[in-house]
Ligand binder design. Structure first.
Ligand code: UT7
Length: 392
């Protein structure tokens, strides 16, 4: 059972009534380096004017040496635990939504679990491209509501810069790196994650792809229906654009209906940040004021599975989310896959995020211990192997 703070004190030991899954912590992390449109136009034929007019993007963060999907996820996770004021040991589940994992396995989630010293948590990566964060939230919230877990860390983290073809101006201008994380916890307070709509259309799998080792044509080092290079992204931008503008409003409408609210009751839409024009088109179709769409694509580009949790963190920071507000998350992209979710914001209140000093120290100790725990386990394994090898 997670140790929640006073604001979250209605978390359950033995729930008598329905259980709800609430966002109780959030955090984000970015690489150190920023790359502007001007910098990109120095090595591919493009311009700041073109990029900004067609996408709304001005700059993006790019991971450097020592920065990876897991390290960014770890930093975002630490912040989210701080806000939630819970200990890593209280986590039951860690999910990292990503298209750019460190490895096929072990999962980036397992690395984060180890570094956090969250040794009661199960961990796995989830692959649903730019919709991954909403898919992961749905999985975690359902597990909480079903009673199989109490507390989950859901992360979207990406190093898109590593799978871009930097000679391809139609994709390399769009993407960036970063991570966002939330802590979801069980509560008796009504609200939290109210509905989710997950959809996929694999017939569009050739429109947006990153072929990997399992690809049918991998042996020829060319792969994917569109002849893409291994581990490099290709995208049929125009078709993906049309798909996005088609599905975003439908799926928000469906999720709203499932949550028992009208689209007009949504206080803030936090969409996947792919292109400002997609958000404008969706707002028009839904009849929602564009100001109710959170957008920060200008400063981050498209960070795939990380874009929604990063935008959520910024919306909270900008005080755009109030208690009882209905928030719509919507993701869309590779798969093709798309997903919407309605969350009724509940606990804790953004102004009350200070975490207890005692717990902060305990978390620091746990992070330090995590390093020693890992090292000592590896060392023990090596010693055991050595003894076995030398045994006559
Ligand atoms: O996160 C997953 C979901 N992804 C998305 O939702 C992305 C959806 N797609 C898009 O955002 C847009 O389709 C793009 C931003 C990728 C492209 O914008 P567009 O308005 O659809 O441009 P286009 O692909 O139709 O290209 C128009 C012209 C072409 O030249 P011609 O054939 O008209 O002479 C391109 O070659 O713009 C050219 N172009 C560029 N010019 C300067 C394409 N990329 C660039 C560039 N700089 N970077």
């Amino acid at each position: 059972m997670a140790t929640l703070n006073a604001t979250q004190n209605q978390a359950l030991d033995a729930p008598a009534g329905p259980v709800f899954a609430h966002v109780v912590g959030w955090g984000m992390a970015l690489p150190d380096k920023v790359m502007t449109n001007e910098e990109i136009s120095a090595f591919v034929e493009t311009s700041d004017e073109w990029i900004y007019a067609r996408t709304g993007i001005k700059e993006r963060y790019i991971a450097g040496e020592g920065e990876s999907t897991a390290t960014l996820a770890y930093k975002a996770a630490q912040q989210a635990l701080e806000v939630a004021d819970i200990l890593p040991i209280d986590l039951d589940l860690i999910v990292v939504a990503t298209s750019t994992p460190e490895n096929i396995f072990p999962s980036s989630a397992s690395l984060v679990q180890d570094w956090l010293n969250a040794h009661h948590a199960g961990a796995f990566d989830l692959s649903a491209a730019c919709s991954g964060f909403v898919y992961a939230m749905n999985m975690a919230a359902d597990s909480i509501r079903a009673g199989s877990i109490q507390t989950a860390l859901v992360i979207g983290s990406e190093t898109m810069s590593r799978i871009l073809d930097w000679q391809d101006r139609s994709t390399c201008i769009l993407f960036g790196d970063g991570a966002g994380a939330v802590v979801l916890a069980a509560s008796e307070i009504e609200g939290g994650v109210k509905s989710s709509v997950l959809r996929s259309d694999g017939a569009g799998s050739d429109l947006l792809a990153i072929p990997s080792v399992g690809s049918i044509d991998a042996a020829e080092s060319r792969a994917g229906a569109n002849g893409a290079k291994l581990y490099k992204m290709t995208m049929a931008g125009g078709e993906v654009f049309r798909f996005a503008t088609r599905v975003v409003n439908d799926s928000i409408e469906q999720a709203s209906k499932m949550a028992g609210i009208g689209v007009e009751d949504i206080d803030l839409v936090i969409p996947h940040q792919a292109n400002l024009r997609i958000l404008q088109a969706a707002a028009r179709k839904l009849g929602i004021d564009i100001n109710k769409f959170m957008s920060n694509v200008e400063y981050y580009g498209n960070t795939s599975a990380a874009s929604i949790p990063i935008a959520l963190c910024e919306a909270i920071e900008q005080k755009r989310i109030q208690d009882k507000d209905h928030i719509a998350l919507v993701g869309f992209g590779g798969g093709l896959a798309w997903a919407s979710m309605i969350i009724q914001w509940g606990i804790p209140k953004p102004s009350e995020q200070h975490g207890s000093v005692f717990n902060r120290q305990r978390r620091k100790v746990q992070y330090r211990m995590a390093r020693w725990r890992s090292r000592s386990r590896r060392l023990r394994r090596r010693v055991k192997r050595g003894i076995k090898d030398f045994r006559p």
